[in-house]
Design a protein. Structure first.
Length: 207
């Protein structure tokens, strides 16, 4: 154990393992990263990791929880700044477009992780990834309903379409160093919204 690692105590030790695993799993894939590599990068003792994460799956779930918490914290902060449903939707889409077109982006961590795990052998991990996508769909459904669509089924259909657009932008965004088709996410969303509710884009577009 390194001298710096010895200075960490309590919850900070757990957070350090999650910090390192988050970066390694995202850059290389979960299966390509062994527990020994995580331990080596932290400078901690192996026993310190296993006291907090009895299995690698437990560590993967902790990483997914960290990512989930961060994603929705950013969503909630954006929602607070943009209480109007249409302005908020545009702001949320702008944030996700920036994410998908940013340097070093490698795709949605939840979709990437789910693709690595068998649905039966690793059900808890795939279920956790699905829960994130379901929450995205639920929040979009709340916003599309508040846009003033004439019928519930139209709001639900729009929410499904926006979900596909966002997840698609995340997927294709991971293939390009920067930019690429994901830069059209907001424009695509504007077209979908206009086709459903006939509303023009916000007068003051989010940059």
């Amino acid at each position: 154990m390194s001298e710096k690692a010895k200075q960490l105590r309590g919850p900070a030790v757990r957070e350090k393992f999650i910090d390192v695993a988050t970066d390694l799993f995202y850059a290389n894939g979960v299966h390509a990263v062994g527990i020994d590599e995580v331990i080596s990068r932290t400078g901690m003792a192996k026993a310190s990791l296993y006291r907090r994460f009895p299995s690698k799956d437990d560590l993967v779930l902790a990483v997914l929880q960290r990512r989930d918490d961060q994603f929705w914290a950013a969503w909630d902060e954006t929602a607070t700044r943009h209480p109007d449903p249409r302005a908020q939707l545009d702001a949320q889409l702008a944030r996700m477009q920036r994410l998908a077109t940013g340097k070093g982006y490698r795709g949605c961590a939840f979709v990437n992780t789910a693709a690595e795990f068998d649905s039966e052998a690793n059900e808890s991990i795939r279920r956790r990834c699905l829960a994130h996508q379901e929450e995205l769909r639920r929040r979009l459904g709340t916003l599309t309903t508040e846009l003033g669509t004439e019928a519930h089924d139209r709001a639900e259909r729009l929410a499904d379409q926006l979900t596909i657009a966002i997840v698609g932008a995340f997927a294709v965004g991971g293939l390009y160093p920067t930019g690429g088709p994901a830069a059209q996410l907001r424009a695509l969303a504007d077209d979908l919204i206009a086709a459903t509710v006939g509303a023009a884009p916000p007068a003051d577009p989010i940059r």
